[in-house]
Write a new protein. Structure first.
Lengths: 115, 111
């Protein structure tokens, strides 16, 4: 079982809806990440939080809004998404987000479909 | 040119075979290296970190050649359950936490 928990597992939403994806880890990791993955492609980094501060935004459209309420939780707020945003959204965590890069541990993802 | 390059395959091998994957990276300042495994419609899972001295975990051996900027993964005695996509992942230098993923190599082990 993965130690990074994501909810919901599946989400179908219309282009005018607002929804949130949630991610939780209790490994004491201080860096958390959001990735987007399309079929047969590698994960694409969206955001990095290090010690609860946003450290990387990979030029993600503003219809995706990340939030890190505390060191264990990471949210991704969605609003006015487009059909091309349909993908697997993966959360990951690592011990720290600084210094030599450490392995990241992934949750099992939220499969998002935009109608 | 992609920063991390892998042969996408697929590699089709019989059970019991030995198979090797290579991966090249372009940023000579890269500091950390990993192999991940991803099953269809599942999340990537860390298979092993790769160290300069090489490392082995059971049937899996990983090697790093910094001079030539490539990483390899050797799987011995392939099992049906080894069928998956193997992602070569490189960490950039600097305090970013950012990992660069290769496109992945697909392995199909057949009975």
């Amino acid at each position: 079982d993965t130690e990074v928990t994501q909810t919901p597992k599946h989400l179908v939403m219309g282009m005018t809806n607002k929804k949130s994806l949630k991610c939780e880890q209790h490994m004491g990791h201080r860096a958390m990440y959001w990735y987007k993955q399309k079929a047969k492609k590698p994960p694409e980094l969206m955001f990095v939080y290090s010690y609860e501060k946003l450290s990387i935004n990979e030029s993600v459209p503003s219809r995706f809004s990340p939030e890190c309420p505390n060191s264990s939780l990471l949210n991704l707020h969605l609003h006015a998404l487009q059909p091309e945003d349909s993908a697997l959204y993966l959360c990951a965590s690592s011990l720290t987000g600084t210094g030599v890069n450490q392995p990241q541990h992934f949750g099992d993802g939220t499969r998002l479909s935009i109608l | 040119r992609k920063e991390v390059e892998q042969d996408p395959g697929p590699f089709n091998v019989p059970e019991g075979a030995t198979v090797a994957f290579n991966c090249t990276y372009s940023n000579s300042a890269s500091q950390s290296f990993f192999w991940y495994r991803q099953d269809c419609r599942k999340e990537p899972k860390l298979l092993m970190s790769v160290y300069s001295s090489g490392n082995e975990d059971g049937r899996f051996t990983a090697q790093l050649n910094r001079a030539s900027q490539y990483i390899s993964l050797l799987i011995r005695d392939s099992k049906l359950s080894d069928s998956a996509t193997y992602l070569c992942v490189v960490g950039r230098s600097g305090n970013t936490g950012k990992l660069i993923f290769g496109q992945g190599t697909t392995l199909q082990v057949k009975p």
